[in-house]
Design a protein around this ligand. Structure first.
Ligand code: GAL
Length: 852
């Protein structure tokens, strides 16, 4: 339930006597930042030039598309966020590294809009949360600016060329032809866009910086530095005030808990002024990962007693301490980092941001015990940080994958000289109030990681903009980076994969006091539901026994052993939580793979030969195998290996593989059990196959490696400290007989964004999901909604993500449904397949904003 504040008696009295400007509508706001903000997502026109989806070229007319009179009547109507490439088609000849999708091209967007005459004394801005890539913008034919880095958020001032009361045309040109990537970057205005109106005197873009330098159980000091901008042509005298509220559900202000003293601020015409203010919260509720208590700061500028601007910021009262000998302390308590790295795509939805899809992803990670996210290798969508604040995740917020030296031809290196400072500052100013952000990362495996001066230069920029969080950098040459002293500029050492020399660095006087984190670990690969015997790879799939890994990687268990051996490590970020589009290692042939062995020429040579061989075979693989969870959002077995280790107090046991091995009767099928218990007994058809126990710090799975296959029932009983703790059962199933559908939500909102994720299970008549069943499924929908995507988690499937039919992959498929905006009723989704009973699910649609 959304909580709306009742107007209390005092507020009401003050309102009546006119000296209190707090109105009921301000108990809720649309997004952080200036209060008068509207979504600018709807009603854009789009046309694609340059490279087309089928590989042909369409010539881009020069110097005309941005002109107001340009004829865009036949352009495609779209709403943002929009990823122009996710509609494919997948093309075998395109690079697997970027998903075999046709994302390269020139995209033009035009929006016709009117701003009323009543606003003509206002400043009008447009805020882009992100546009891929090389955005150039024109308003009414006049160039207003550019922001090339596709992962950066930026603001453009429309005021100088805006015609109030008349039609305006905003034209945006994007170019992904001159951008290269090691993963699927998507293409288009793939994040939200906002129209912001302010008075001439207002809080500047990302104009608050909230910190909590002193915290104790009785009180917390909140410092709020506010940048006030006077874009008028005369000096002004303003009063600045910030009220602090406890956060309610959604963006609601629950209860006022503190206020700053009114600050009188005089600002000259055309200038900005940074004003330091502070407040004290009594008995603060700290933010942590279990109780993510947030506060909202509502900053107001008053001129002659009238509100000139209202601005919202989120923050949390929490302390961070990073130690070399006692791990990471959140509010004084040690928290081991159980993190995952993730790229920004949302699987079949592509890169178009959707908070509902992201929430589903984060909930799956949370249930696994993951407590931290690394935004590899770029600043995330703002929604990720809002959800992380709200759900209780720590975030390693990362700026770049390259610095001066590129990994691919057209990497960020092309932008670095002119843009690195602007992009870093944009990330920090946008993100520095979020309690979830706990580390700033200046890079990932950059080619210049041994560059002492450059590392220091970047770290200095970060510290200048925010000194309350440490600076790190993900090294895949951690020994080289430390040897030359580049890593000395960091506060936390980030090690990707190579921990071999860690004990000697812990003794090196330069690094002995520097905390170390596994910024990237494991890189285990697997395909959900695939199990191979005596080999790891087959048919462009990878076994799910969770042992396969590239040469630089290790199994999850091996990493757990490393962590146990190096107890001072702050923890790890596993590569990756979710499968993502692109980088289909071990079936990718991208030369950048060689960078993983930059200090080992013999391993490089060996890999080079493999990549050449791979190129000849032209694999169909178009998405990664690294995920603990597959591209459709279905947990692989590995999910339970992490859950067992990361949630030791959560009783669980998980058996693998499935038990349908007709062709292996009387042959050996090894059985693994993942459990948060420390012992387990396995039974096949009621007969004990023995009890196994884990040795602390050494074993993370229990293995019965000589089980002779007989159909029937495999059951495990797990024990913890000699007491029964959890069980799991796997049975040989009958033939596929029916389809069963389940939905992740009881109801969805008709706000045009909320999504339902429906899982289709292929089952036998007893209701057991049939492994290795891949029938062609047909989907139908009735009622006020549409199917916007389908998937099955198969990294080699070329079936369109928008298709209403899909093969199941190992007994499962996914349907993503959106309710039509403003409509209500019941959505009915049906799945059909030849010779199988159909399955159905009903999703009620609720009016109004989403409530979780
Ligand atoms: C790392 C790199 C990641 C990803 C990963 C695959 O070296 O930082 O972006 O490529 O390897 O194992």
């Amino acid at each position: 339930m959304k909580i709306r504040l009742p107007i209390c008696f005092l507020q009401l009295t003050l309102l009546i006597i006119g000296c209190y400007n707090f109105s009921l509508s301000q108990t809720h706001f649309t997004r952080l930042g200036n209060a008068d903000v509207r979504s600018f997502d709807e009603g854009w026109l789009f046309s694609r030039y340059g490279l087309q989806a089928d590989g042909s070229r369409r010539e881009e007319p020069q110097n005309v598309i941005e002109q107001p009179g340009y004829n865009d009547k036949n352009w495609q109507r779209i709403d943002l966020p929009h990823d122009w490439a996710i509609t494919g088609p997948f093309r075998i000849e395109l690079a697997g590294e970027t998903g075999k999708l046709p994302w390269k091209g020139i995209g033009w967007y035009r929006k016709h809009f009117v701003v009323p005459v009543a606003d003509q004394n206002k400043r009008i801005f447009v805020d882009f949360d992100g546009a891929m890539a090389y955005a150039q913008l024109w308003l009414n034919g006049k160039f207003i600016g550019t922001w090339p880095y596709g992962y950066a958020s930026f603001r453009m001032d429309l005021t100088p060329y805006l015609q109030f009361g008349k039609e305006n045309i905003l034209a945006v040109r994007l170019d992904t032809e001159n951008w290269d990537s090691r993963w699927y970057p998507g293409a288009g205005i793939y994040r939200h866009v906002w129209l912001v109106k302010t008075n001439a005197v207002h809080v500047d873009h990302w104009g608050t910086y909230v910190t909590t330098p002193k915290i104790n159980p009785q009180s917390a000091t909140v410092n709020i530095a506010v940048t006030v901008s006077n874009q008028s042509n005369k000096p002004v005298k303003t009063i600045l005030r910030t009220r602090i509220f406890q956060a309610g559900i959604g963006n609601t202000l629950k209860r006022q808990v503190a206020t700053t003293k009114d600050a009188v601020v005089n600002i000259k015409a055309g200038e900005n002024s940074i004003v330091q203010t502070n407040a004290t919260i009594a008995n603060p509720k700290c933010w942590d990962i279990e109780n993510p208590n947030r506060y909202f700061a509502q900053t107001q500028i008053l001129i002659n007693g009238k509100i000139a601007d209202t601005y919202y910021s989120t923050f949390g009262v929490r302390s961070l301490k990073f130690t070399a000998y006692n791990g990471f302390l959140l509010n004084g308590k040690r928290v081991d980092i159980k993190g995952t790295c993730n790229h920004h795509d949302l699987g079949s939805l592509g890169t178009a941001i959707n908070a509902s899809a992201l929430r589903r992803q984060l909930q799956l990670l949370k249930d696994m015990g993951c407590n931290a996210l690394r935004t590899s290798h770029n600043p995330p969508a703002p929604e990720l940080l809002e959800l992380a604040d709200e759900m209780g995740f720590l975030v390693w917020d990362e700026a770049f994958d390259t610095w001066e030296k590129g990994k691919k031809k057209n990497d960020y290196n092309k932008l670095f000289k002119d843009w690195h400072e602007k992009d870093l500052v944009a990330m920090i100013h946008r993100d520095r109030n979020h309690p979830s952000v706990f580390i700033w990362s200046i890079g990932n495996e950059v080619m210049d990681q041994r560059n002492v001066a450059l590392t220091k230069h970047l770290a200095d920029i970060v510290k200048r903009e925010d000194s309350t969080r440490p600076v790190s950098n993900g090294y895949n040459d951690p020994d080289g980076g430390r040897e030359v002293g580049a890593a000395m500029a960091l506060d936390v050492m980030g090690v990707n994969y190579f921990f071999g020399q860690q004990p000697s660095w812990d003794k090196d006087s330069r690094y002995a006091n520097m905390p170390t984190i596994g910024s990237e670990t494991s890189s285990c690969v697997s395909s959900r539901g695939e199990y191979f015997f005596g080999k790891e790879y087959q048919n462009w799939q990878v076994t799910s026994y969770d042992v396969a890994k590239p040469g630089w990687g290790c199994s999850p268990d091996e990493q757990f052993r490393t962590n146990a051996r190096l107890p001072n490590l702050l923890g790890e970020f596993v590569w990756t939580g979710f499968d993502y589009l692109g980088e289909p290692t071990p079936y990718g042939s991208d030369e950048t793979n060689l960078l993983n062995f930059r200090t080992d020429p013999s391993k490089q040579q060996e890999l080079k030969e493999k990549l050449e061989e791979m190129r000849k075979n032209n694999p169909p693989s178009r998405s990664s195998y690294f995920g603990i969870i597959d591209l459709a959002g279905f947990p692989k077995d590995r999910y339970y290996l992490y859950q067992a280790h990361w949630r030791p107090n959560f009783p669980m046991a998980h058996i693998l593989p499935h038990w349908n091995w007709k062709e292996r009767i009387d042959s050996i099928v090894p059985v693994n059990v993942y459990t948060s218990g420390n012992e387990a007994e396995l039974f096949l058809n009621g007969k004990s196959l023995g009890r196994r126990s884990k040795k602390e710090g050494r074993d993370f799975r229990l293995v019965w490696d000589s089980v002779v296959y007989t159909p029937g029932e495999l059951k495990v009983i797990a024990y913890k400290n000699c007491k029964q703790w959890a069980t799991d059962v796997v049975k040989t199933t009958g033939e596929a007989a029916k389809l069963t559908l389940t939905c992740n939500r009881k109801e969805i909102s008709n706000d045009g964004r909320d999504l339902a994720f429906i899982t289709v299970f292929v089952q036998d008549k007893e209701g057991l999901t049939v492994p290795r069943s891949n029938p062609l499924l047909q989907f139908e929908i009735e009622g006020p909604g549409e199917i916007i995507a389908t998937d099955n988690g198969d990294a080699t499937s070329f079936e369109s993500f928008q298709s209403k039919q899909k093969h199941a992959f190992n007994g499962m498929a996914l349907i993503v449904v959106k309710a039509n905006k403003g409509m209500s009723g019941n959505i009915i989704v049906t799945a059909n397949a030849k010779l199988l009973n159909s399955g159905q699910v009903v999703i009620p649609v609720r009016s109004g904003e989403k409530e979780e």
